[in-house]
Design a binder for this molecule. Structure first.
Ligand code: NAD
Length: 266
């Protein structure tokens, strides 16, 4: 993509640019990835301490063909939930809260997240502004009849001894209400994300390696529509060259500054 528009600038200049872009914007679309939740203690997938970087086998748990065909994969998956390895006990951090502040300022157009941890809603982002493009681990869904229940309901059954609980309605296979590899994304969610990218007046990509499509496409879509892009991510992304501001610091520290919000001192 050629040399970044932003690389010749020192980081403080990038912060000032990002602050002034946010201050002047009225309809901000935000795309978040796993990086916004690492400061809540949830590892990302592809960062240096990522789940897949450390344990490539873990990818199987997120692949629908393995999940459907192998009861052992399902048992391992439910066990990870009950052992708290899949984040039931994690809380939103100042990065999530900064986006609630952006909504409070009346500037948040849409918050598109690749995350499945439910922390944006838990922080206080309104569900109607949120597109959870890969679903959520806060609920389970039956792969046959589609019935959804709170995750806590299903985990209680696992704790009571059902290693691979079946749907109470139809006996089908239960899974978290997430979109695994091999499952289709919800077309309305993709459409909403793309519409937000084309209709916003500023686009923020936060804590995502921008390697997962089609949602990564929102960045060039916004750029083509003439919208400025801010990227906040510890590592380079394929779209750094089209960003007006590029911030590499830790999200829970940088994002509050970008939106002009001072987290309360503990
Ligand atoms: P990713 O793992 O591909 O990339 C995360 C990026 O965030 C990395 O480039 C990393 O350098 C950066 N990062 C991590 N912590 C950071 C911090 N504190 N400050 C600044 N940057 C930081 O994540 P992705 O692009 O979201 O894609 C992975 C897929 O995995 C997603 O589709 C998502 O569904 C899923 N996932 C979700 C969660 C979650 O819900 N919290 C966690 C892991 C994976």
């Amino acid at each position: 993509m050629g040399e970044s528009r932003a690389t010749h600038l020192a980081e403080p200049s990038h912060l000032a640019i990002a602050q002034s872009l946010v201050a002047g914007a009225e309809r901000i679309a935000v795309l978040t990835g796993a990086g916004i939740s690492t400061d809540s203690g949830i590892p990302d997938f592809r960062g240096p301490d990522g789940v897949w970087t450390k344990d490539p086998e873990a990818e199987k748990l997120s692949t629908i063909s393995y999940y459907v065909s192998d009861p052992q994969v399902r048992k391992r998956s439910w066990k990870r939930y009950t052992e708290g390895l899949i984040w039931s006990n994690k809380s939103p951090n100042d990065g999530h809260k900064a986006l609630v502040e952006l909504e409070r300022q009346g500037k948040l157009h849409t918050l598109i997240t690749q995350n499945i941890d439910g922390l944006h809603e838990e922080a206080g982002t309104s569900p109607e502004l949120l597109v959870e493009i890969h679903g959520t681990t806060k609920r389970t869904r039956c792969l046959s009849c589609g019935q959804e229940l709170p995750m806590s309901h299903t985990l209680e059954r696992v704790r009571q001894g059902e290693e691979d609980p079946a749907c109470l309605s139809c006996g089908g296979i239960l899974k978290s209400a997430t979109v695994s590899f091999g499952q289709n994304l919800v077309p309305q969610d993709i459409m909403r994300s793309e519409q937000a990218a084309m209709n916003c007046d500023l686009f923020l990509a936060v804590g995502t390696s921008l390697q997962v499509y089609p949602v990564a496409q929102c960045v060039p879509l916004a750029h083509t529509a003439g919208t400025e892009i801010i990227i906040i991510n510890a590592e380079p992304t394929p779209f750094d060259s089209i960003a007006a501001a590029l911030l590499r610091g830790s999200i829970s520290d940088v994002l509050p500054k970008v939106v002009g919000w001072q987290p309360p001192q503990l």
